[in-house]
Design a protein. Structure first.
Length: 262
């Protein structure tokens, strides 16, 4: 009776350990796969394969060749970007927090009379966090951005209308923001055209297709690696369980013999 009870406990323990390792593996494998994927950008907003705008969530950008993770707020604006999934929690959703004094970055646009499009301005902080702002007729092509003290830079500026993309001019210097400072950033939209929206959409489509193919391959490789790691761990667990069972079995055998001589 005593031996049967021991063996049942041993089997239950081994089964529990195996299940725990398998759960850990599948949790790691599914964590990133559950993210919505950005397959199209339009006016600074990300859309998934069903054509729905992604809001209030992290998403994986398949348009960018290198791949990155993007956080959208409840309005669909980009709140943060990071190339490392593990670092997502270190990025604040905004450039400011309530415990620090803020400064103000004033975005102002000069443009030729017939321009009625939208200017997309991406500002990046020294820690890699970036946010995109839209300057359009709705806000008179200007916006005041509250930022914490620190160093910032203009990562990108794009001026587009329904047909064309226009060349923009702005200061390339770093923006060192100090407490209660008001810093003016002027952006000039010129008449010079750098391309058409149709051409840009074609390039974007090609990049999406290329990135999508590569992402499928990357995903398959990650799953294969996780499964291999899981198999290796399970082998170690099973070997440990078998060794433990053997030790217990030998111990019980010696104890039984010793009881026979007593």
């Amino acid at each position: 009776m005593y031996s049967k009870r021991k063996m049942c406990c041993l089997i239950a323990t081994c089964s529990l350990l195996v299940c725990m390792f398998r759960a850990e593996i599948f949790a790691k494998g599914n964590e990133q796969q559950e993210l919505p994927e950005i397959i199209r950008w339009e006016e600074g907003r990300g859309f998934d394969e069903q054509g729905e705008q992604i809001v209030g969530s992290w998403a994986y950008d398949t348009v960018n060749v290198e791949g990155k993770y993007v956080l959208f707020d409840d309005m669909g604006n980009v709140s943060a970007k990071t190339d490392q999934w593990k670092e997502r929690e270190t990025y604040a959703e905004n450039f400011t927090d309530t415990e620090q004094a803020t400064a103000t970055l004033a975005l102002r646009t000069e443009y030729f009379p017939k321009f009625t499009g939208t200017v997309y301005v991406t500002i990046q902080k020294e820690n890699g966090e970036s946010r995109q702002y839209e300057l359009s007729p709705d806000n008179l092509y200007e916006q005041n951005v509250a930022v914490n003290n620190g160093v910032y830079k203009v990562k990108a500026v794009e001026a587009v209308d329904e047909q064309y993309i226009y060349k923009t001019e702005y200061a390339k210097d770093v923006l060192e923001m100090e407490q209660n400072q008001l810093l003016l950033l002027k952006i000039n939209v010129t008449k010079e055209k750098t391309g058409t929206v149709a051409e840009a959409e074609k390039r974007e489509t090609k990049m999406v297709e290329k990135a999508g193919t590569r992402n499928i391959a990357d995903r398959e490789n990650k799953i294969e690696i996780l499964l291999k790691e899981g198999s290796t761990r399970e082998k170690y667990v099973l070997c440990g369980c078998i060794l433990l069972a053997a030790v217990l079995g030998i111990g019980l055998l010696f104890r039984k013999k010793r009881n026979q001589y007593d």
